[in-house]
Design a protein around this ligand. Structure first.
Ligand SMILES: [Zn+2]
Length: 140
């Protein structure tokens, strides 16, 4: 490699258009000089690392989907009481959620009755009303 040799990669610069990378070459691959960021081996390693990370994330998400599918299949057709026996924590969480929905509804009732009503308050309150009705077993 010659002294002060420039990286051989053509890059696209928004201002200058297509041009050669201005960085000093640090490595030669198949007879072509490359700077450290354009080194094909470095790029390959970086892509492999990224792909591995994506694969791991995908596998992790798939585990969650599979678990949810299995839970849905296992609990299909059970009554609310039967579900409560299976998962008391879920019932606790549901109760907390129910109380939170009622608190949010009270706030939105206030928000929509102000002189200057909060935009969207009525729409959100309608969604809450439906969820509360469902929780109370009064589904429309
Ligand atoms: Zn370069």
């Amino acid at each position: 490699m010659q002294k002060e040799e420039q990286c051989s990669v053509k890059i696209y610069d928004r201002r200058m258009g297509a041009c050669q990378c201005q960085k000093k070459a640090k490595i030669v691959r198949d007879g072509k000089p490359y700077c450290t960021i354009h080194d094909p081996e470095y790029i390959k390693r970086k892509q492999e690392k990224q792909n591995k990370q994506w694969d791991e994330e995908r596998a992790e998400k798939q585990k969650i989907y599979d678990r949810n599918d299995a839970m849905r299949a296992a609990t299909e057709g059970l009554t609310t009481e039967e579900l409560q026996k299976l998962n008391p924590n879920l019932v606790g969480a549901s109760r907390d959620m129910y109380e939170a929905l009622k608190a949010a509804r009270a706030f939105l009732t206030f928000a929509e009755s102000r002189d200057n009503p909060l935009p969207g308050a009525t729409e959100v309150k309608n969604v809450l009303e439906q969820a509360i009705a469902k929780a109370e077993g009064n589904e429309a």
